[in-house]
Every structure is written in C-alpha cells, then in structure tokens.
Design a protein. Structure first.
Length: 313
C-alpha cells in the first residue's frame, strides 16, 4: 500500500530532483546525463572476493548518482526506478556482450534467442519492511522493461532468498562483509528449473566490496543437477510454467504490480514441492552439489569510484 501511494504521489506531485534537488522534477536533465551518459565500464573491487562474476557498472557511486540511488532506496522516490533501470540495462548489455562467447548470450545480446534472466540480489526482510520496497528488485524490473523495449527478451527471476539473518553491512570492511554474508543466500524451491530458461545476469543497485554479488553467485552456482534442472532446460525453447512461491512480506509489497513483478509468487509452490520425491527436496538449496547454473555476468547501476580505476591489463 505504501509503495502504491508513493508511486501515485510521485506522478502527480513531483517534488525535487533525486540527484541535485532541483524543484518540480523527478530527475533533471543534467542528472540523467550523469547517470546514463558515461560509458559503461567493467569494475573490480580491491580486494576482489572469490567467485565474483565479471561486473559492469553504468556510473560511479558519487555525487548525483549516489544521491539518486539513496533517494530511491531510503526515501521512497519510486519514480526514480525508471532512469535507474535504464542505466542498469546498459550495464547488462555490456556484460552480455563480454560473456556471450562463454554462455550463449550472444543471441540475446543481438535481440534473439533465450531471454536474459535478471536475478536481483535480495534485500533482507527487515529492510524491505522498513523501506516498503526492495530497491534492487524494483530497478531490475525497470531494466527488464527497458531491454524488452529495445528488442532484447528479458525477465526478472527473484529466486534468491535469505536463509539466515545478516548484520547491517554499513561500517564493515570487505573481509567482514564476506564473513557476514557467507552462506546467507539460497535459491528458492523450484527456482532451479526457472534458471535454465536463459543466460543469468546478477543485478544490484550498488557494488562496494562485491561481497553481496559474490555470495549471490555462489548460491546460484550451487543449484544441483536434479530432475527439475534437467527438465528446466526445455524452458529455453518456450515459456516456463508452474507456480513460484513467495514470502508473505514480498507479496504485500508487490501485490499491486504487474504479473512479471509478481513472478516470485510462482516459485516453490505446494504443488511443485509435493511433486518431488523425498530425496530431492534440497535440489535448489545452496548446499547442493554439481552446480549447472552459468552466471554470465553481473551488472550494477553504480560502483565505488576506486573500482573503476583498476588496470584491466
């Protein structure tokens, strides 16, 4: 309800620019140019956490870009999801181009073939309740829409879940963040089948140390080669059907959005769970072996300025 009301007020009564504070606009032309005008770059934190996919960012996390992301995340300026999603879509395209030779993403990058699957790094339940929305997931939905408008098939799969509570990351160094997040994420029951529908791109709003993206990639790669995964390969040639469950807190936040934005509600339903043999219950869990999910790339709206300055040679 809070998200719906904020969307309405943002459209009817635009207050000030999320980047610079200019009056009577959601995001002024100058801040839009800063957010999406720079060339997308590959970024790499130092130290780089193990298992981090290749990451591309649309902008440096500073000044107007930082203010825009914080306005969307912390102050509920939900209308900013559109321009932030457009910037994220640019980073996804760059990541797919670089990863096309490895995972068959080239057809997607050219506007054909299987859809690219945008998997957002989830916020904790407590943070979602406090903010009234999941920022990375909302931006991912906007990015998928931008990609489809440009002729690239794309969909959002919110299949990652927190399996335990983690501490607030602010104030933690890179090693502490890795320790804090180690083993914290898992793939929802039924998510493994859906992850076979196309190349996977991990997405988030901001990358600082890379710990969140690294943990998310680990959870996706840990999906086991169970029957659900093998049968899911058929989804590359058609639509993916079947219910996907969701926690009640997410249903409350996203209950009024489009079918795609409610897609999580169809992962791990009772029908899917009871249809499996007892020995397969943990097929989609983070502890499964024999991973088959290929994380082609990762993309973020912004990354710390230092991560842009690393010599790539």
């Amino acid at each position: 309800m809070r998200g719906w009301w904020q969307d309405l007020t943002d459209l009817v009564l635009p207050g000030e620019c999320g980047g610079c504070g200019a009056p009577r606009t959601v995001l002024c032309a100058r801040c839009r140019a800063v957010l999406g005008g720079a060339a997308v770059r590959r970024v790499r934190p130092v130290p780089e956490p193990p298992g981090l996919p290749v990451v591309h960012a649309a902008a440096a996390y500073a000044d107007e870009v930082r203010a825009t992301l914080l306005a969307h995340k912390e102050r509920g300026a939900l209308a900013l999801a559109g321009p932030l999603g457009a910037a994220l879509a640019q980073a996804v395209r760059a990541g797919l181009r670089e990863g096309s030779s490895r995972s068959g993403a080239g057809a997607v990058a050219r506007g054909g073939g299987a859809p690219v699957l945008l998997v957002p790094v989830p916020s904790g339940r407590r943070a979602v309740r406090a903010r009234g929305h999941d920022p990375a997931r909302r931006i991912a939905l906007a990015a998928a829409a931008d990609l489809r408008r440009a002729g690239m098939p794309a969909r959002v799969l919110g299949v990652l879940r927190h399996r335990r509570t983690v501490a607030d990351q602010s104030g933690l160094n890179s090693r502490q963040r890795r320790d804090n997040l180690a083993g914290a994420l898992t793939v929802a029951s039924g998510g493994a089948r859906l992850l076979c529908a196309g190349p996977v791109a991990l997405v988030d709003d901001v990358m600082t140390t890379g710990a969140s993206l690294s943990e998310a990639a680990r959870a996706l790669r840990a999906v086991g080669d169970g029957p659900g995964v093998r049968h899911g390969a058929a989804a590359r040639h058609g639509a993916v059907a079947g219910p996907i469950s969701n926690a009640a807190w997410t249903e409350a936040v996203y209950g009024g959005e489009s079918w795609e934005s409610r897609e999580e509600q169809y992962v791990g339903s009772r029908r899917e769970r009871t249809g499996r043999r007892p020995g397969r219950q943990r097929m989609a869990g983070a502890d499964s072996a024999g991973g088959v999910v290929d994380v082609v790339c990762a993309a973020v709206v912004a990354a710390s300025p230092d991560s842009f300055q690393i010599n790539r040679n």
